[in-house]
Design a protein around this ligand. Structure first.
Ligand code: 5GP
Length: 240
């Protein structure tokens, strides 16, 4: 491609390879990123997605994770977190969560193997530290689907984490979605709705708010955030 540059000088421009984004060249076979020498931060982003129960976090994240590689600025991976909650029907150990006993969870806490952990709806949930660091070191953007306490804890430990709050169009719509899911008891629904109000109050601690009115639009917005965050100039050594 030939362009007319400043002061009338002709410039020879080589088109970028198709899979080159923001100085990062993705090897499609390995889904890894080779970083150019002028970009010292080789780590992928750490993206935290929080939002009230039944807002549609799983649906939105599943849609995001099923996008073709070229639609994203870097490969993304969702971190499977650990919980003491009983698996729901259709949930698989190691896919939806790592389901563990309370004793095993305490052991993980004692060994400092969790980046953060919190009690949510009377159960414990925690993020495996090594898995997050390992994936980021390979240049993957890691997504954590965790609650607002976890989001704030992660931001404190890793200020470069990007916090997205997924919100419903309204609380009435949230209740409709929660009931439509038909997985919780009446008592559970009441508790989750109460928690939803508290969680909504934590929005100001987040970097971005995305409304899940339509899944495709919410996914598009998150992709735009990822693109913008890949262009952000980050100072200092990467947080792993
Ligand atoms: P659920 O039981 O509906 O799957 O999840 C309940 C809440 O726990 C959700 O808000 C979910 O995002 C959150 N959660 C899942 N894993 C973790 C985790 O590792 N840490 C924290 N702090 N919250 C989590």
């Amino acid at each position: 491609m030939v362009c007319q540059g400043h002061y009338g000088k002709r410039l020879e421009l080589t088109p970028l390879p198709r899979q080159c984004y923001n100085n990062r060249v993705i090897n499609p076979q390995e889904r890894r990123i080779e970083t150019k020498p002028w970009e010292p931060d080789r780590n992928g982003l750490l993206l935290v997605v929080s939002g009230p129960s039944a807002v549609g976090k799983d649906t939105v994240l599943d849609a995001l994770l099923s996008l073709p590689g070229e639609a994203l600025p870097a490969p993304v991976q969702k971190c499977v977190t650990t919980t003491t909650r009983e698996p729901r029907l259709m949930e698989t150990d190691g896919v939806d969560y790592r389901f563990v006993s309370a004793a095993r969870f305490n052991d993980l806490v004692a060994r400092d193997e969790l980046l953060e952990y919190a009690e949510v709806h009377n159960n414990y949930y925690g993020t495996p530290r090594a898995e997050v660091a390992g994936a980021r070191a390979q240049g993957m953007d890691v997504i954590l689907k965790i609650d607002v306490q976890g989001g704030r804890a992660v931001k404190q430990k890793m200020p470069d984490a990007v916090l997205i709050f997924l919100q419903p169009p309204s609380l009435e719509e949230l209740e409709r979605r929660l009931r439509g899911r038909a997985t919780e008891s009446e008592e559970d629904i009441a508790r989750r709705l109460l928690n939803a109000r508290k969680e909504m109050a934590q929005r100001p601690h987040y970097d971005y708010a995305v409304t899940n009115d339509a899944v495709e639009a919410a996914v598009d917005t998150i992709v735009a955030i990822l693109r913008a965050e890949h262009c952000r100039i980050r100072l200092g050594p990467p947080n792993a």
